[in-house]
Design a protein around this ligand. Structure first.
Ligand SMILES: [Zn+2]
Ligand SMILES: [Zn+2]
Length: 473
C-alpha cells in the first residue's frame, strides 16, 4: 500500500471486485474483517519486528563539521477535524519516531527584529488552509542534507509558525547528540529566527533571491561558510515522495494517522542509499570543477589584457563579495528588490499549482498567480518599463545586478559576477570535498547500523535515494 499510495479500504475494494469478476461471491467484507481483528496493526508490528528501521543517519557524524539540517512544511498534508473529534491528538508519550511534541499554545515566537519585512512563512499555502474544518493544516519536518528525517510534527496552526522550526530543530539536535551551535540550519525564512536558535542560519539558494540584498549577501546558503555545495532543497525532494499520501491521511483517525505517517517515514528511510548519495556528490563536484574552468576561460576571453590566474580571481572575488555585503547593509529598499521577491513568490505559486490535487485549491492558487502577475506588471510600468518582463522573471539576470553597482571597479558587471561566482564555487567545492570525505568515513564506521532488509522489499530503492544530480545549486 505504501508503494501503491492507496488506503486499506480501496485496496480491499479492488480485491473484492476482482473476485466478483471471476464469478466468486465473497460472503464477508474484507475491509471490515481486517479492521475488526486489527490485522493491519499486527502486520505493522510484524514488519517492525523483522525489519530494523533506521533511527539515525549514518552520515551525520562528521566530527568538527557539524550536521546541516533543513526545516520546511508540507502544506498538502491536512486532517479533517470532524473525524473522531474526541481524539484530538496522540498523547505525548505515545508519539512514534520521528514525531516530536511541539507545544503551540505555550509559546508565540515573534520574528527577529531587522529580518526581511516581506516574507511570511508558508505565505503561498496559507490562502488554502484557512478552513475551520481542518485541525491539521500541514506537516513540518527537520531533515539532514542526506534526506533523513530527524524530527517531524503536524502543523496545527493556520500557516507555518516559527514555533515549529525552533522546537523541531531542538528535538533533532538532541537526537543527533550534538550541541545546537554545531548545526547549520537551513530554512526559507531563516533570517526571522534571529537569536531564537543558536545554530548557524542559512536561506536555501533559490529562496534567497527573494530576500533583501543585505540578507541575501549574508544569509544565502552559498555565502554561509561550511555549507559546501548544499542547495538547501532536500525537503522539497522528500516532499515529492510524501505528498501523494495526503489524500489517504486526511480522513483517518488521528492516532492511526500518526502511526501510519511514522510507518511511511520508516519505509522512506529504507529507500535512502548512502553509497549512491556519496557517488552523486562526487559527480557533482566534478561538474563544479568544470564550471570553474569554463568561467575562468570566459573571464579571460572578456578581459584579454589581464590574464588573471585562478588564485588571483579567487582573492578578487572574495574582496568584491565582502564589499557588496557591506554596501548592501547601507542600502534601503529598491523597486527591483520588491520585484525579485514577487518573482520568487510567483515561481512558488506556479510550482504548487502544477502539483495541486483539489479544484478549490487550484482556483485559489490561480487567482494568487494572476494577482502577482498583475502587480509585477504595474511595478514594472511605474518604473519606466526599462526591462522586459522576461528579464525580470529571471532572478539571475543583469537587471538585478544593478543593485550591487555601487563601487567603481574597472571590470564590467558581467565579469564582476563571474569573478564572484568563481570565488564561491571554488570555496564551496573545497568545503564539500572535506565534508564528503568525513561523511564517507562516518559511513564506514557505522555499517553495522545498516539494516538487513530483504531484497524484495527494497526493490524500488533506486527510484528514490535522496540524490540530486540537478544543477539547482
Ligand atoms: Zn544525515
Ligand atoms: Zn531574509
Amino acid at each position: 500500500m505504501i508503494n501503491g499510495i492507496t488506503s486499506l479500504d480501496k485496496a480491499c475494494a479492488t480485491i473484492q471486485n476482482r473476485r466478483l469478476a471471476f464469478g466468486q461471491h465473497p460472503q464477508r467484507d474484507l475491509y471490515y474483517d481486517l479492521k475488526r481483528y486489527n490485522t493491519i496493526g499486527y502486520f505493522r508490528q510484524f514488519m517492525s519486528s523483522i525489519v530494523k528501521f533506521p533511527t539515525s543517519c549514518a552520515m551525520c557524524t562528521t566530527g568538527d563539521l557539524g550536521p546541516i539540517l533543513h526545516g520546511d512544511a508540507l502544506m498538502g498534508w491536512k486532517h479533517r477535524a470532524s473525524v473522531a473529534p474526541g481524539l484530538a491528538s496522540v498523547p505525548i508519550g505515545d508519539l512514534p519516531f520521528p514525531f516530536a511534541h511541539v507545544d503551540v499554545a505555550s509559546e508565540n515566537i515573534a520574528p527577529a527584529s531587522g529580518a526581511c519585512p516581506n516574507w511570511t512563512a508558508g505565505e503561498t499555502s496559507r490562502i488554502t488552509t484557512s478552513s475551520r474544518k481542518l485541525d491539521v493544516t500541514g506537516f513540518f519536518i527537520v531533515a539532514c542534507r542526506h534526506g533523513f528525517i530527524w524530527a517531524c510534527s503536524d502543523v496545527r496552526t493556520p500557516g507555518e509558525q516559527l514555533v515549529y522550526p525552533v522546537k523541531l530543530l531542538k528535538a533533532a539536535v538532541q537526537r543527533i547528540g550534538v550541541p545546537e551551535e554545531a548545526v547549520t540550519f537551513v530554512y526559507d525564512v531563516a533570517c526571522k529566527l534571529g537569536n531564537k536558535v543558536t545554530s548557524k542560519l542559512a536561506v536555501p539558494v533559490f529562496h534567497a533571491y527573494g530576500h533583501e540584498s543585505k540578507c541575501r549577501l549574508n544569509n544565502s546558503i552559498r555565502v554561509v561558510s561550511g555549507t559546501g555545495i548544499t542547495d538547501g532543497e532536500i525537503c522539497e525532494r522528500i516532499f515529492s515522495f510524501l505528498r501523494p499520501f495526503g489524500r489517504i491521511l486526511k480522513e483517518m483517525r488521528i492516532d492511526r494517522r500518526t502511526r501510519l505517517v511514522s510507518h511511511i517515514i520508516n519505509m522512506y528511510h529504507l529507500r535512502l542509499n548512502p553509497d549512491a548519495w556519496i557517488k552523486s556528490r562526487q559527480k557533482l563536484l566534478e561538474k563544479k570543477d568544470q564550471l570553474v574552468i569554463q568561467h575562468v576561460n570566459e573571464i579571460n576571453r572578456l578581459q584579454p589584457r589581464h590574464e588573471l590566474s585562478l588564485q588571483q580571481l579567487i582573492s578578487l572575488g572574495e574582496k568584491w563579495l565582502c564589499e557588496d555585503a557591506i554596501a548592501s547593509a547601507l542600502r534601503s529598499g529598491d523597486w527591483l528588490q520588491s520585484m525579485r521577491r514577487m518573482v520568487v513568490e510567483e515561481r512558488k505559486v506556479l510550482k504548487e499549482l502544477h502539483r495541486t490535487i483539489g479544484i478549490h485549491q487550484y482556483r485559489l492558487l490561480l487567482r494568487k498567480a494572476k494577482k502577482l502577475a498583475l502587480e509585477m506588471n504595474q511595478l514594472r510600468s511605474l518604473n519606466g518599463n526599462q526591462y522586459s518582463i522576461a528579464t525580470l522573471r529571471d532572478t539571475t539576470s543583469e537587471a538585478y545586478s544593478r543593485l550591487d553597482r555601487h563601487v567603481s571597479r574597472r571590470f564590467p558587471i558581467p565579469v564582476q559576477l563571474l569573478v564572484i561566482e568563481v570565488y564561491i564555487l571554488s570555496i564551496r567545492s573545497t568545503e564539500e570535498r572535506r565534508r564528503v570525505n568525513a561523511e564517507q568515513s562516518s559511513l564506514m564506521t557505522k555499517t553495522e547500523s545498516v539494516c538487513d532488509f530483504p531484497e524484495y522489499f527494497s526493490e524500488s530503492s533506486s527510484s528514490f535515494s535522496g540524490v540530486s544530480d540537478s544543477e539547482d545549486e
